[in-house]
Each structure stands twice: as structure tokens, then as C-alpha cells.
Design a protein around this ligand. Sequence first.
Ligand code: URA
Length: 178
Amino acid sequence: MDLAELPHCCACALHTTRTRVVVGSGPPGPRLLVVGEAPGRHEDEGGEPFVGRSGQLLVRLILEELGLERAQYFVTNTVKCRPPHNRTPRASEVATCRPWLEAQIAALWPARILAVGNVAARAVFGFDEGISRTHGRRGQYLDVAGVATYHPAAALRAGPNVVDVMRADLRSLRSMGV
Ligand code: URA
């Protein structure tokens, strides 16, 4: 896959409703690659991942638990185009977009991966149970190890308990040497 083609991808129907492909952003060879679910409205408009309220929470938790500034890690999504009305991406959309994620990982060579939310945990690490069971679990994608945690949107909905769980998951990642 030629990553230069990603901004023009029309491989699934999401290209008909998106404003732009949200490729992701961050430095090459990052200590951490964060993989979310799919762009929301703000991301679709601006082209940057995780810039909305849930993204701000995630950035803060990563800073507080891992000591990493946003400029030090790469952020992308499992599916690069916004699903209409922010619905959950379909399995077919995840499968169609997967080669792009594989190409990004091969190009970036991150040291660790944080899969954020159910869709990413399943797609990236192949976990076949829901995030309430797989959060904090160590996973592997190609040669890169990492951890899954809740999506920060779930923490915004559910409150401080989920934030505490996310902090603990991030500490597991830190113990793996991020
Ligand atoms: N939620 C995600 O999973 N990714 C984004 O980029 C924004 C919100």
C-alpha cells in the first residue's frame, strides 16, 4: 500500500459521506502509536484525529500517566473516514481499512501500541471479547506489543470510574517500557 494514496482512498462507501480522510499525525518512529475507532465530526472537518472532547481527555491521561506530550506520539484510527452520524464502523469497513493501518505500522515502527476502545482492541490485537474484559490486557500486532483500554468517550459518559480504569491500563503500558 502506498501511504501517499491514503488521502484519496475510495475503497469503501465511507468516502461518499466523509469530508476528508483522517490519516493520523505524529512523529516517525514514535515510542507510542495510539489507535482509536474512527474520526468524529471535528476530526472529519479538521483532518486531525482526536481533537474533540474525548481526544482532549486522552491526551491529558497519556501525559499524566506516561509523561508523553502529544508531539511525542502518533495517533490514528482503525477506520480513517467518519461513519455517518458517528455510528460504529462495520466489520467490512474495518477489514477494508486494515491494510492502511498495517502500512502505517510498517512505516512508523512504533515501540508500543495503545488500542483505544472496543473496535480498535478487536482490530489491532485480535481480541474476541469486549473491552470490559480486554482492557489492560497485553496484545501484539505484527511485532509490536501494546495494551487496550476504554475509549475516552466511554469515560466521558460513565465518569471517574472509567477514567481510573484507563489510568491503570496506561500504567500497565508504562510497565512494558513506553
Ligand atoms: N474518536 C476516535 O476514536 N477517534 C477520533 O479521531 C475521534 C474520536
